[in-house]
Design a protein around this ligand. Structure first.
Ligand code: FES
Length: 126
């Protein structure tokens, strides 16, 4: 995956999330280019920022309970609203619930004070 362009957002507070959209360019073997708008989310957990694609590896739906709501009631795990799969906030690893083939997909980011730089446009396989 290559980041082609970035966007700057306010960094989330502890156990809060910031959501964003980005354009993902896919290239086929026939050199056709497909662009899809996808969404991501940034969280702060135990003081550190983590950024993931907002797509559950179980069945592909967004994770948010309600827009921007990713944490469980204890603020210890991320929960997919569709069927209840749970993930570790710091690693994105699958923890429990409906079987997932892998954990959450990470997205690149940089943090400068309270400003978070996340992808606006990426290319390639994620
Ligand atoms: S789509 Fe997330 S648990 Fe099923």
């Amino acid at each position: 995956m290559h980041v082609l362009d970035w966007q700057v957002l306010p960094a989330p507070q502890e156990r809060r999330a910031t959501t964003f959209d980005y354009v993902h360019q896919y290239a086929s073997a026939a050199k056709h280019r497909l662009e899809l708008t996808e969404s991501g989310f940034a969280i702060r957990f135990e003081g550190r920022i983590h950024v993931y694609r907002n797509q559950c590896p179980h069945a592909g739906s967004p994770l948010d309970w309600q827009p921007g709501q990713f944490f469980d009631e204890d603020g210890q795990q991320l929960v997919c609203h569709t069927h209840g799969a749970r993930f570790h906030p710091a690693t994105g690893a699958y923890l429990s619930g409906p079987s997932c083939p892998h954990g959450l997909a990470r997205l690149p980011f940089t943090l400068d004070g309270d400003l978070l730089r996340v992808p606006a446009r990426i290319a390639g396989v994620q």
